[in-house]
Design a protein around this ligand. Sequence first.
Ligand SMILES: NC(=O)c1ccc[n+]([C@@H]2O[C@H](COP(=O)([O-])OP(=O)(O)OC[C@H]3O[C@@H](n4cnc5c(N)ncnc54)[C@H](O)[C@@H]3O)[C@@H](O)[C@H]2O)c1
Length: 394
Amino acid sequence: MTEKFSVGVVGAGAMGSGIAQVAAAAGHKVIVADASPGAAEKARDRIGQGVEGQVAKGKMARDAADSLMSRLHFHEQALGSDAGVFSGCTLVVEAIVEDFAAKQALFSQLEQSLEPLAILATNTSSLSVTALGGRRRNPGHFLGLHFFNPAQVMPLVEVVPWAGTDRRVVDGMRELMTSWGKIPVVASDTPGFIVNRIARPFYGEAIRIAEEGIADYATIDAAMRDLGKFRMGPFELMDFIGNDVNLAVTKSVFEAMFFDPRYRPSLTQQRLVDAGFLGKKSGRGYYDYGKDAKKPAPTNDPVLQLLVFERILAMLINEAVDAVQMRVATAEDIDLAMTRGVNYPKGLLAWCDEIGPERVLGWMTRLQSEYGEDRYRPSPLLRKMAADANNLFA
Ligand SMILES: NC(=O)c1ccc[n+]([C@@H]2O[C@H](COP(=O)([O-])OP(=O)(O)OC[C@H]3O[C@@H](n4cnc5c(N)ncnc54)[C@H](O)[C@@H]3O)[C@@H](O)[C@H]2O)c1
């Protein structure tokens, strides 16, 4: 899977242009197409500027930059007769609008001009890979390749087979992503895959703590940064991501999980979005980013900060353990995704081992009995791990 075949990328927006750049940097001829007038040209300019920036900083040689750009071929139309521009491609990655009908129509058209053995991949964040895969002419050659934004920078790629994906295609794509300099992890086709599922309590539990008035945003952020060594606290991070984007992911996971209360979105975030307080990009979110705004100071109470940190960490570990139990991914891939993919200071499963599953279970059991809510139910696997640890020391 490492010979330099041609790669197609459909959709030249934020994700498609990044994916195209990565594939071209790895030496592939890349065909990029976008249906909106001017979008392909914009993508060429965006990639060109990024590459020139690398050259200016001495991070890329001039001839490497020139040959990267020469391998990229842009087309204004993806659909209709122009689907033929992809005919020589061995792999086509779709990164168009997040709309099932649009993606299904696109894949059907691509299939008319591609070789039957070509591999088709979707970069969807929230749609069912299975629902797209089951409708394919060659279902074994279809899977999800979920890149993170910006794709040319973020190392993680979730490789998402559905039940019908040929195992050799999964192995081949994992190998290919490694050869592109990425960190591939294999995730089952479940809502949020690995990262967008396991990270939910980092935001949701932090908001819940603030809603109850236990601690304010600055104190919760400080607890997660100082005690947890996370690069950013939950509220800083939500403001950075954009509250509209963060809320949309939470809602989509909640709905796709058949309204499991563990993933319930919060009214606080909904109201921020209603108000247009989207975070840094709008000048105000949980915090004020105005010219004269001062960031509020955290409450310097070590006991309170420890309480906050342990509660959020317990929920994160419980989520990761549950994902292992539900076979979302292997424990190794879950820890790899969270540490190397989204910069968690430690893998959550390694963290669980370090703290001791019986202690994490103790935190969860206390929360569950205090609130009586299913949201706080400990994963059955966490109970088993705790029992095994207790037997070991009995
Ligand atoms: N933005 C992110 O953080 C992120 C991260 C991971 C995955 N994704 C997923 O990647 C996909 C693309 O997201 P994005 O942020 O790049 O969106 P975007 O809006 O920046 O780009 C989408 C592009 O697709 C084009 N397009 C729409 N329909 C088309 C069609 N039928 N044929 C050809 N081109 C078409 C649009 O003109 C647009 O240029 C979505 O499925 C999204 O869920 C996004």
